[in-house]
Design a protein around this ligand. Structure first.
Ligand SMILES: [Zn+2]
Length: 391
């Protein structure tokens, strides 16, 4: 039977077949939400409102299609169910200022393989994608998985994106003007979803990190650039053309230092790693940001002041974001967040100083997923875009 008419039969509104598909989707959606944690058939019945017999039939059908696996329980626990390897795999790819990270996961979110390699910031996109493809193929080989088991790939870039085209980027100049979705789909031979890296960090923290249970989450990545991902009412907010969250270019001082964007006194000009390294340039000429953090932790007063100042300015920027959006939590990720409380303590002071008086204090925490946040977000993006319904 041709696929189109099969679809028609399956989904004719009001038909028994349409109801069956709708019920399968409810069960799959619940299992997706559970992730790696199995649900008992009783849990599924209770949480979906479906009758026990219906759940049992659906689970049997999904297990026959290898989309779920079941483990028989003892006594009242009943059979427990989780998404299976047969539902397919996804990959997450995260490009940063000096690295690319690649991971393969099951639909349950369980990460099966992950790897990170340095990559010069000046690399061109073809080279970057070729390295990522090589890493992905090596992971699939190690897992004994075929390339066509990949259902979707999520990919993050540290740049403003408009419909997957890289707008401007001082961080990845070799990608500017590139349609990242098309180029990546060709390089990987699989459908690819493209998203800004801070947006992916927000998605990851909302689903699996400190943003869980909050409807409104701000994730700020403070690395060589400063960008925010926004979860509003439980959903990723992309703005009209996909460039929301560019908090790095909030003006803190009209007379301030020149920013690489051409404006003056931007948050990024005070809080990004380049500024911290420049301030410590004389004392620690060859230092990387983690060296400056280590110096601060050992009590180097200049290094301590660098993070205190960066944090204070970060807090002022976060106050503007808080006055505008009233988030439930603010999570700080990126290389500067390795400084932990050395950065966040003054960020909270800066925030408190400029946020509307009398409002509830918004917690500011280091992101739970650390440097993996954008890569995990890329996996979430790929998983949530995949239709798990068996054909
Ligand atoms: Zn700027």
């Amino acid at each position: 039977m041709p696929r189109a008419s099969q679809e028609q039969t399956r989904t004719a509104p009001g038909s028994a077949a349409a109801l069956r598909v709708a019920n399968q989707r409810r069960v799959l959606s619940l299992l997706l939400g559970r992730g790696t944690e199995a649900a008992t058939q009783a849990d599924i019945a209770r949480e979906t409102g479906l009758a026990a017999g219906t759940v049992s039939t659906i689970v049997r059908e999904l297990a026959a299609a290898d989309v779920v696996s079941t483990v028989a329980g003892s006594g009242r626990r009943g059979t427990s169910v989780r998404l299976a390897r047969g539902a397919g795999l996804v990959a997450g790819v995260d490009f940063g200022h000096g690295h690319v990270a690649v991971a393969v996961a099951e639909m349950s979110g369980e990460v099966l393989a992950e790897d990170r390699r340095p990559l010069p910031p000046s690399h061109d996109h073809e080279h970057g994608l070729a390295i990522a493809r090589e890493m992905l193929d090596a992971q699939l080989d190690r897992l004994g998985a075929a390339h066509d088991a990949l259902r979707n790939i999520g990919m993050g870039l540290p740049a403003p994106l408009s419909d997957s085209v890289v707008m401007s980027s001082a961080i990845l100049p070799g990608w500017v003007g590139v349609n990242a979705r098309d180029e990546a789909a060709e390089a990987f031979g699989t459908a690819v979803l493209i998203e800004n890296d801070a947006n992916l960090g927000a998605l990851a923290e909302h689903r699996h990190g400190h943003g869980r249970g909050h409807a409104n989450v701000v994730f700020v990545k403070v690395s060589s650039g400063v960008g925010a991902g926004l979860i509003l009412d439980g959903k990723l907010f992309r703005g009209t053309s996909g460039t929301s969250g560019e908090v790095g270019h909030l003006t803190l001082d009209e007379q301030g230092p020149l920013c690489r964007c051409g404006s003056r006194g931007c948050l990024e000009a005070y809080a990004a790693t380049g500024t911290a390294l420049a301030m410590m340039g004389e004392q620690m000429p060859e230092a990387r940001i983690d060296d400056v953090i280590a110096a601060a932790q050992q009590g180097n007063v200049s290094a301590l002041r660098v993070f205190e100042d960066a944090g204070l300015h970060l807090g002022w920027g976060l106050a503007m974001v808080t006055n505008l959006l009233n988030p439930g939590v603010i999570l700080v990720g990126g290389d500067m967040s390795h400084a932990g409380e050395l950065l966040l303590e003054s960020a909270r002071i800066g925030l408190r100083r400029h946020v509307l008086a009398g409002t509830t204090t918004t917690p500011v925490l280091v992101a739970a997923l650390g440097d993996r946040a954008s890569m995990i977000g890329a996996l979430v993006l790929a998983i949530e875009a995949t239709d798990l319904l068996p054909a």
